[in-house]
Design a protein around this ligand. Structure first.
Ligand code: UDP
Ligand code: MG
Length: 310
């Protein structure tokens, strides 16, 4: 019998988990001849998430869990879930029901009947989201798709159903800075995209502030493109060229008109601008260097405090 693993990353989701479980149970009843397992990954929650999960486990032995020693982030939780999953098909879901479980059926069909290796989902609307956030999200996808060879789908969720083969491919990417959406595109395979309207979370609140999302976006860019480095070299060259032309201009001007002592305000402006560009470029290099630094340390992606996979 084929088995589907449902990986649920949870960070302070005590209110959402029971609702999530109920809703998913309702939806997986329609699957015939399929086995299920839940893998709840407790990402260092500070509320009662773990005891809520243990409670579910005592009632339903499809439920398994891994609990981290602290908050390692959703990307680490997904990685841990993939490592622990034993299913032939694996899906990643948020605990807040923003990933509609009723899509599972179509996703499963696309893989088993239409020959796809993975099915991804994307939100076609961003209803209920702050306007500024939507704007920046759109900009981010435009920029990253220009800068990276890997295509990132606008509105793509982490909610995917994949075969064991795709999951193993993602697991084989052992990098420390994990940008899951990018990794999913990177491994390739035949992917079908399902679209749906944005859904609000059922309970609790989002863990992503604007600032956190901004940092995450930068992470996505540095993880999947080295174009910013080329950008600083380009600006550097451009400035050399401008400087060369200006030197010529000044020499000619001095020869023709003599040398009146003027021009210090423009000099100040130039110094400001050039040093700004230099700092900006060093910043970009620093970003890559810091990522490299973290990668070469080979720190574990997550640390488990307790788990129950029986
Ligand atoms: N999450 C996690 N670790 C974190 C932050 C979030 O495991 O450090 C989980 C969270 O519990 C939820 C999912 O990731 O199941 C998505 O988080 P959230 O709903 O806050 O993000 P949003 O949907 O607002 O983008
Ligand atoms: Mg959410």
């Amino acid at each position: 019998m084929p088995k589907i693993s449902i990986i649920v990353s949870c960070y302070n989701e005590e209110k959402a988990i029971p609702l999530f479980y109920q809703e998913v149970e309702k939806n997986i009843k329609d699957f015939e001849n399929t086995e299920f397992e839940y893998i709840f990954v407790n990402d260092g929650s500070s509320d009662n998430t773990l005891s809520v999960i243990k409670d579910l486990k005592s009632k339903d032995n499809k439920v398994k869990y891994v609990s981290f020693s602290r908050n390692f982030g959703k990307e680490a939780a997904i990685y841990a879930g993939l490592e622990h999953a034993t299913g032939d098909y694996i899906t990643l879901m948020d605990a807040d029901l923003q990933d509609p479980p009723h899509l599972l059926k179509d996703m499963y069909k696309a893989i088993t009947e239409e020959g796809y290796d993975a099915v991804g989902t994307r939100r076609v609307s961003r209803k209920g989201e702050p306007v500024i956030r939507s704007f920046f999200a759109r900009m981010f996808y435009k920029i990253i798709n220009k800068m990276s060879k890997i295509e990132m789908v606008d509105g793509a969720r982490d909610y995917v159903l994949m075969t064991r083969q795709v999951a193993n491919a993602i697991l084989s990417l052992k990098e420390y800075n994990r940008y899951t959406k990018g990794l999913f595109s990177f491994v390739g395979f035949k992917v079908k995209w399902l679209e749906y309207e944005n859904v609000q979370r059922v309970a609790g609140e989002t863990k992503w502030s604007f600032w956190k999302l901004f940092i995450y976006a930068l992470e996505g860019i540095t993880a999947f493109s080295t174009k910013p480095l080329i950008f600083s070299s380009f600006i550097g060259l451009l400035f050399c060229l401008i400087a060369f032309l200006l030197i010529l201009l000044i020499i000619i001007k001095t020869l023709l008109l003599g040398d009146p002592t003027s021009g210090w305000p423009s000099l100040v402006c130039i110094i400001f601008m050039v040093s700004g560009v230099q700092l900006f470029s060093i910043g970009i290099i620093g970003q890559y260097l810091s990522k490299t630094y973290l990668e070469v340390k080979h720190r574990p992606i997550y640390i488990v405090k307790e788990e129950n996979m029986d």
